[in-house]
Design a protein around this ligand. Sequence first.
Ligand code: MN
Length: 436
Amino acid sequence: MRTNGKNVRVRRTIGLEKHMLQTERLILRPWEESDAEALFEYAKDPAVGTPAGWPPHQSFEESREILRRVLMRDETFAVCRKEDNRAIGSISLKRDTDLTFGADERELGYWLAKPFWGQGLMPEAAKELIRYGFEELGLSRIWAGYYDGNSKSRRVQEKCGFRYQSTDTGIDVPLMHETRTGHTNVLTREEWLRQGKKHPLIGVTALYDAELESLWMMPAYLERIREAGGTPILLPMTADESEIAQLVSVLDGILFAGGQDVSPALYETTDETGTVQPCPQRDAFEPTLLRLALKKDLPVFGICRGLQLINACCGGDLYQDLPLQRPSDVCHRQERPYTDPVHTVTLTADGGLRALLGTETLAVNSCHHQAIRTLAPGFRATAITPDGLMEAIEKPDAPFVWAVQWHPEMLSQSDAASRKLFERFVQACRERANRA
Ligand code: MN
């Protein structure tokens, strides 16, 4: 017996991480005490632990103690074959290691029993755990290391898309009482989103500079789409319906960007009181683009003018001049910087935004002169300002038609709500692309 009589505290799997994950051939589940026998059988082989920096297990009791003390922690999963659910390896996303910095970073670790080497099982397990880390734990970065000469481990990391970061010649390996050279790799969330999946092609309506008679674009719209794993493409302005239909047929989603006031003619109003400098080029292009996109069930995301355009074209109408027609204490036209929120919105209980963000209120920026007056039929308000404006809407019977009055692309890059919003949109586009 090598147990030292210490009272071993068993940490139970808790909360979010009590997951069982599945791949084509494997189940990843929490380790259980009943796995001690399988663990000893495989971990007593020096070929398994030595390259990873731990000595072979000497006894069943030692395996059971390591199981309780290390493996049953909530960030570690037993790797099991589906046919018998028997543990043949271990994989973990450890927090607070020498490599991790923030709470949203983890270090990937793994080992596999020798009889199962050479079948691609560990990359299969690792890819699923990486997906879990980025999608379900919201990680920003996963680190992984291997000791010099451990080519099996290196290959797992290469197959998962990790990128070389650094080499350290003096790593202390306490369990082996030695010093080794180690290599560190990293995979960021953005890199992961871009790899191995189809990047949906997302059309972005261009901005128009009347003075220069030029199309232009603020990079933030494109950057946020890229960060969420999409490929943005700036659209031309055309009134030719067949050309617009061709654009819609190659796109996986469309972002309707901010810009000039929407022409009252689009919501069948002749009184232009308060409307400032509409853009005839955009107003000739975007309504047809929207109509054809909705007809094809293309995911649509509207920002600022985009929200107003969607509401106006689908049968609602607008306040043409907010300060004039609906004065309020809430600031809707803030000064720079637009990275800072200036008012709140309340997310409606049945709306997709509340479900996505899991919060009741959200702080947003605000830079608009118009706003929704009457909501378009078939739409639902998903966010309301303290002065009663509908600043986010969705079309519940469409796969994804969302719009917001604020500018999530300009809020701070660390704003989690804005990031989730773009990721939800790009995910809808990706699903559309994979169906098509
Ligand atoms: Mn506002």
